[in-house]
Design a protein around this ligand. Structure first.
Ligand code: SIN
Length: 313
């Protein structure tokens, strides 16, 4: 028997309003019930029924641990319900990849959790949100869909790869290194390489039900760039930062002054992860250094992994 799909609203441009055809709009204005009601055919895409629930109403540039905690809680509750087949999360584009990675690290993988968003507000002359929401529900109702996925502009992305790659285009997201997991086309899911993506147990599943709403370990991101002097790192270490992710040049290289400051931070107990600031490819693993590489994660996702690892300690 077909199962229910739950749509959790968190805000974003998909729920944004403004003058039709105008440039300005405000994100996170419409409730998720209105978004669901505004999509013809959504009920047919979820033959087991739809349930819409507002978890938050934020512009995702302002995303933080309180909303994440609430979202994880509601996902856990719905995923545990045998009548629920999958979850859709409507989200802003700006930090969708961070939320996707957080959920991937925490949630069980036996049912799909599909994030979607929009580049145009709901009041645009030709909004992209309704189609993205329909595609997300179609994907969440697919019998082979599992784990955390994102679907935008008809392209299905995995949580590890998905990234916002363009500030304006409707097709703003990419899976730059590994490519997409599939597509939703004409109401049907087509998997890349004709097979659904494999899923692995969440790395920090034990944390999911006990995340605090505030006080997550402070982890900051610094950039290695021409002229970097490491003063920011010294300042952060003195201020009690628990972790630093470096968006390093190329294959994980660091400005020598920044490197010296990072060594001082490590000596003071700060955990450091090195990611590359290159948008494509994966830097080589780091060996024999006082810090680890970020296991191929982008700096923003490496920050989430380090926060969770510090919480798990
Ligand atoms: C947001 O991220 O909430 C605003 C921008 C967007 O959704 O495109």
């Amino acid at each position: 028997m077909a199962k229910k799909i739950v749509v959790l609203g968190t805000g974003g441009t998909i729920a944004g309003t403004g003058p039709a055809g105008g440039a300005g709009y405000t994100a996170a204005q419409l409730g998720v019930q209105a978004l669901v009601a505004g999509v013809p055919g959504l009920a047919q895409a979820a033959p087991g029924g739809l349930l819409a629930e507002q978890v938050a109403q934020v512009d995702s540039k302002d995303m933080g641990c309180a909303v994440w905690q609430a979202l994880v809680r509601r996902c856990l509750a719905h995923l545990a319900d045998p009548a629920v087949g999958g979850i859709v999360v409507t989200h802003g584009t700006d930090t969708l990849e961070e939320t996707a990675w957080l959920l991937h690290a925490l949630l069980p993988v036996d049912k799909p959790v599909v994030l979607t968003c929009a580049m145009r507000p709901a009041t645009a002359l030709a909004p992209d949100g309704p189609q993205n929401l329909l595609d997300a529900v179609t994907l969440a109702a697919h019998p082979q869909a599992r784990g955390v996925l994102a679907v935008v502009a008809g392209v299905v992305h995995g949580a590890r790869e998905v990234t916002k790659a363009h500030p304006q285009r409707l097709d703003a997201f990419a899976s730059p290194d590994a490519g997409p997991f599939g597509w939703v086309q004409s109401g049907a899911v087509r998997w890349a390489h004709d097979r659904p993506p494999s899923v692995r147990a969440p790395r920090h599943g034990a944390l999911a039900g006990r995340l605090p709403a505030t006080g997550w370990p402070r982890v900051e991101i610094v950039l290695s760039h021409a002229g970097a002097d490491g003063a920011l790192v010294d300042w952060m270490a003195a201020g009690g930062v628990r972790g630093i992710v470096v968006a390093a040049t190329g294959n994980g290289t660091l400005h020598e002054a920044l490197q010296a400051a990072l060594a001082r931070a490590v000596a003071a107990g700060v955990q450091v992860r090195i990611a590359t600031r290159c948008p494509l490819g994966r830097m080589a693993a780091i060996e024999g250094a006082p810090w680890q590489d970020a296991a191929g994660l982008s700096p923003v996702k490496a920050r989430i992994s380090l926060m969770l690892a510090l919480m798990a300690q």
